[in-house]
Design a protein around this ligand. Structure first.
Ligand SMILES: Cc1cc2nc3c(=O)[nH]c(=O)nc-3n(C[C@H](O)[C@H](O)[C@H](O)COP(=O)(O)O)c2cc1C
Length: 335
């Protein structure tokens, strides 16, 4: 096992050095440019786009292409794709390459029925060979300096645990890194993640193994690194409305000391910054709508915040948000 001093470190892939080992997860409906920017500024080492449909890219869907747009100054664009066939995965690459990606990740874990019906996402966990075929097809279309990774689940259900075979097929076909969300498809996002499986992959394979599942606090991150010896952490729900998880985890890993809690006022100010970023990328109307789902997390733990949440769902402009934020801040100060 690594000693405490080394828990935070860079990750080397062929053609790509990721400066640290704290990753911002692909999160459909959340990991847009503003979210990624917030997380990268707080110390995320790399930030995945949400999953992007290869079929939709081939069709030239503008909405899907928009998901690929890097944010200003994004050093490493990490694109996650989903596909049910090697052919569409291969074809989609020519649509992604103009965005200058640094890493392509194949989704083998999405539990949504529509995706599974297309043979993609967690349907692939039933057919590890197919994962190999898709990785090979992607690999063939990319220059050597762009690595391919896969994000898998434990398996379809508890009786069909295929994470070992899936990882082996991906790595044999050229995947340079594997992330395991240690839950089955049947579990969805409920129950606890089986971290021992992450440890097992780390023991079995040489490529970097990234752990995912139940990383909600910096302490969770440290514990996962220590218990599984995995190379890196993928923060997902724990990063929603909480970009601080990256800086706090890094502090904890480097110093061994738990950082003090983020003041409520900083949370609110950061939420406003997130909204402003979102407006820049998506326009005021859409940004204000999207912000609602982030805000309930930003205001979590603030006494009396529930009352404000009812006002937040009606905010349509930045000005309206600012008024609610101002009232939350004066509520915090008077408490
Ligand atoms: C709202 C939501 C959207 C997600 N979208 C994606 C996605 O687009 N691609 C993906 O590979 N995983 C996706 N995930 C899974 C997360 O990346 C992560 O593996 C999972 O939430 C487990 O981590 P956690 O328990 O720490 O949240 C999503 C999860 C949630 C809750």
């Amino acid at each position: 096992m690594r000693n405490k001093k080394n828990l935070y470190h860079s990750i080397q892939l062929p053609g790509l050095t990721i400066p640290g080992n704290l990753f911002s997860a692909p999160l459909a409906g959340f990991s847009d440019q503003a979210f990624r920017q917030m997380n990268l500024e707080q110390g995320a080492s790399i930030a995945f786009t949400e999953m992007v449909s290869c079929e939709a890219l081939i069709r030239g869907s503008r909405k899907t292409l928009h998901l690929l747009e890097p944010l200003e100054g994004e050093k490493h664009l990490a694109v996650q794709v989903f596909s049910g066939t090697p052919e569409s995965a291969a074809k989609a690459m020519s649509h992604i390459l103009p965005f200058n990606p640094s890493l392509i990740d194949l989704n083998c874990g999405c539990p949504v029925p529509k995706i599974i019906k297309a043979g993609a996402g967690s349907a692939l966990m039933k057919d590890p060979k197919k994962i190999g075929g898709i990785v090979r097809a992607i690999r063939r279309e990319l220059p050597d300096h762009i690595p391919v990774s896969v994000k898998i689940r434990s398996g379809w259900d508890a009786r069909d645990l295929t994470y070992r075979e899936a990882a082996a097929a991906a790595i044999d076909s050229g995947a340079a890194m594997v992330t395991l969300h240690a839950r089955t498809r049947t579990q969805g996002y409920s129950g606890t993640a089986e971290w021992t499986q992450i440890r097992e992959l780390k023991e079995l394979f040489q490529v970097p193994i990234i752990g995912s599942g139940d990383l909600l606090t910096p302490e969770d991150g440290k514990r996962m690194l220590e218990e599984t010896n995995c190379d890196g952490l993928l923060f997902a729900r724990g990063a929603i409305g909480n970009p601080f998880i990256f800086s706090q985890t890094r502090d904890l890993l480097e110093s061994g000391v738990l950082p003090s809690p983020i003041p409520h006022s900083t949370r609110i100010e950061t939420a406003l910054l997130h909204l402003e970023r979102s407006i820049k990328y998506r326009g005021e109307l859409l940004a204000c709508k999207e912000m609602r789902k982030h805000l309930s997390s930003y205001t979590k733990g603030i006494h009396g915040a529930a009352a404000f949440r009812n006002r937040i769902v009606h905010c349509k402009t930045k000005k309206e948000y600012q008024e609610v934020f101002r009232d939350i801040l004066s509520h915090i100060e008077s408490a």
